[in-house]
Design a protein around this ligand. Sequence first.
Ligand code: ADP
Length: 502
Amino acid sequence: MSKDDKQCRPYPGASVTSKLLFYFLIFLIMMLLVVWVFQVMLLNVFYRNTKMSEMERISETIQDAIIIGNDQPSSHVISRAEEYLICIRVFRVLPGDKIEQLWDVDVNDDCFLHSIPEEKLRMLYHKALAQEGHLQTVFPRSDRHPEFEVESGQAPDHVGNRIFTERLSMIGVDVCYAGQEQVPYVIMVNSALTPLSATVATLRVQFVWIAMILVGLALLMAMVFARSIVSPIVRMNQTAKQLAKGNYDVHFEGEGYLETRELADTLNYASKELSQNDRLQKELIANVSHDLRTPLTMIKGYGEIMRDIPGENTPENMQTIIDETERLSELVSALLDISRLQADAAELKREPFDLTEQLLISVERYDKLRGLDGYTVLFEYDSHVTVNADISMILRVLYNLINNGINYAGDDKTVIVRQECHDDLVRISVIDHGVGIAPDQIQLIWDRYYKVDRVHKRAVVGTGLGLSIVKTVLERHGAIYGVDSEVGKGSTFWFELPIEKE
Ligand code: ADP
C-alpha cells in the first residue's frame, strides 16, 4: 500500500458534522422537554396559581384601603380586576348580621358572586370567619344550575335531561375590621377557571410542528457550522501533507478562529525550524565530511612519504601527523558531546568544587599545549570560589570558549580568562581581541552547526558545535550567559554561576 493510499483511508471516529448534529439534537431534546413540561403538563397549575395570587393581591389591596378608612374602589383595583376577569364584592356586616353592600365590580357574565342570593353570601362570610377570616376554594360550578350548593363543593352533572359539564370557579373571601367599632368588612373575589384542554391540545399540535422545524434547523446549522469550523483544519491538513513530503516552503493559514490561528502559527514555526534543521544538518554533513577527509588525506600522505622516503622521516612531518590527528579527535569529541547532550544521556552530576583551582589547572594545561604556537592564555582572579556544578561539563564549556578565543584571537594571540565575584555570583569571562562578531550574527552563533564564516577555512578549526554545547550545558545549570562583541575589537563570552557558601 502506498503512502497516499494510507492517507486516503477513512479514519475511525465521528465527523465534526455528525458530532455537532448529535450535540444540537441533545440540546434540542432537552429544550423541547422543558417546553413540554411547562407549556403542556404544568400549564393548568401555573394558570391556577397566577389567578389565585392575583385574587389574593387584589383582596389585600382592598383590605389595606379599608383599614386606613378608604372604603371606595381604586382605579388600580378596577383595572386589575378587568385584566384578570376577577369579580369583586365588598360588604360591611352590620349588627344583626345585616349585610350592607359598599361597592362591587362585575366583569364576568359567568360570575358566581353576582348570581347567588344574600343568604349564600352570609354563609360564605361565616365560613371565612370560621377559618380565621380567610377562605379560598376551587369548586366545580355552573351558574346555569339553580340548585348549586357551595358547601357540597359539587355540581350535579345533570338536571332532568339537561347535562352540565364540569366547570371550575375560584372564590376568595377575606374579612377585615375597620373603624373605632371594628366593623367587619367582607371582600369577596371570584373568577371562573377557564378549561385549558383546548389550549393544551393546540399547544401539542404546535409543539410537534416546532419540534420538526427545529430538527431541520439543527441539521442545517450543524452542517453550516461544521463546514466553517472544519475548512481551516482541512486546508492545514493539505499543507501538512506537503510538509511531510519535505516541502518546507509551505505556509499554514488558520484564519477563522483563534485556536486555528494559533495552530497555524505553531505549525509555521515548526516548519521553519524543520527547514532550518534540515539545512543545518546538510551543512554539517558537508562540513564534517570535509573536515574528516582533509586531515585523513594529510595523515595518509605524510605517512606514505615518511615510509617511502627515509629522509622525510622528520619530527616536523611527525608533528603534522600529530596535529591532524588532534584536529580529528577534536571533531569527533565535539560530535560525541553534542549527540550525548542531545540524547539527554549526560546527566548533571552536581558537586561543590573549587572553580578557581580548576580554572588554574586548565589554563596552565592550555598554555603548555598551545604555547608552541605563540598563543597565551591568561587567568585573572582575586580569590578562590566554590560552585555547585557538574565539574566536567563546566570545564567543557571553558574549553570550548578558550578554543574559540584562540581560533578567533587577534594579532596579540592572547586570550584572557577572568573571574569576578559580584555578591552571590561568580562571573567567568573569556576575552579575546580578535575579529569580533557582527551584531546580526550574535543571536545565531549559539545555534547548532552555525558558523559565521560558511566558507571552510583550514586555518580555523571549527565544527559549528562548540557554542551549542556551551549553551546546552549552561542552560541545564540554570546559569545566565552571553557575549559582548565588537567587530574588529574582539569578543567577551561570559557566564555566571552562584557561589557555594562554605
Ligand atoms: P566553531 O566550532 O565553528 O567555532 P562554535 O559554535 O564554537 O563553532 O561557534 C560558532 C560561530 O561563532 C563560529 O563559527 C564563529 O563564527 C563565531 N565565534 C565563536 N567564538 C568566537 C570568537 N571568540 N570570536 C569571533 N567569532 C566567534
